[in-house]
Design a protein around this ligand. Sequence first.
Ligand SMILES: [Zn+2]
Length: 167
Amino acid sequence: MPTRSARDQAVQDRSAPPVRRAHSCSLVRNGSFISVLIVPRDLWDRIVAHCLDGLPLEACGLLAGRDGEVCEVYPAANAARSARVYTVEPRDLLHADRAADAAGLSLIGVWHSHTHSPAYPSPTDVAQAPDPDWHYVIVSLSDLEPVLRSYRVVAGAAEEEAVVVSA
Ligand SMILES: [Zn+2]
């Protein structure tokens, strides 16, 4: 009886059911672009909590994940220390990038809060959103309930995408 080669073993392993992660980050997209951002409920809560903590200033942070799904969030300091604009603290950006990389994820976007205006990107927000592959999330705290919306910014134009809050 010949022993199975390592290659056979690898094929065998690949057919095994996928290991479940804390968040399912590997939804099949059939290679096609779907403008949806999936945010697990607990991460949605952490994003909003950081925005509330930052009041009266705008708060911000980085989103890590893959395939349009947020798998981790990295709250950051607003280096602008402003209630009207935000700048992700460069050191926090660096740390988030390294942490995401170590977790096998990529930075896929950034979030910031609007303390007194709707969750719609300002001209400044659009101007400082250079990456068409990123998800630009805005959390409005102007109403009783926080409102989270996400945008793609392509060629200087912001387009809202669907946000799906998963369990
Ligand atoms: Zn803004």
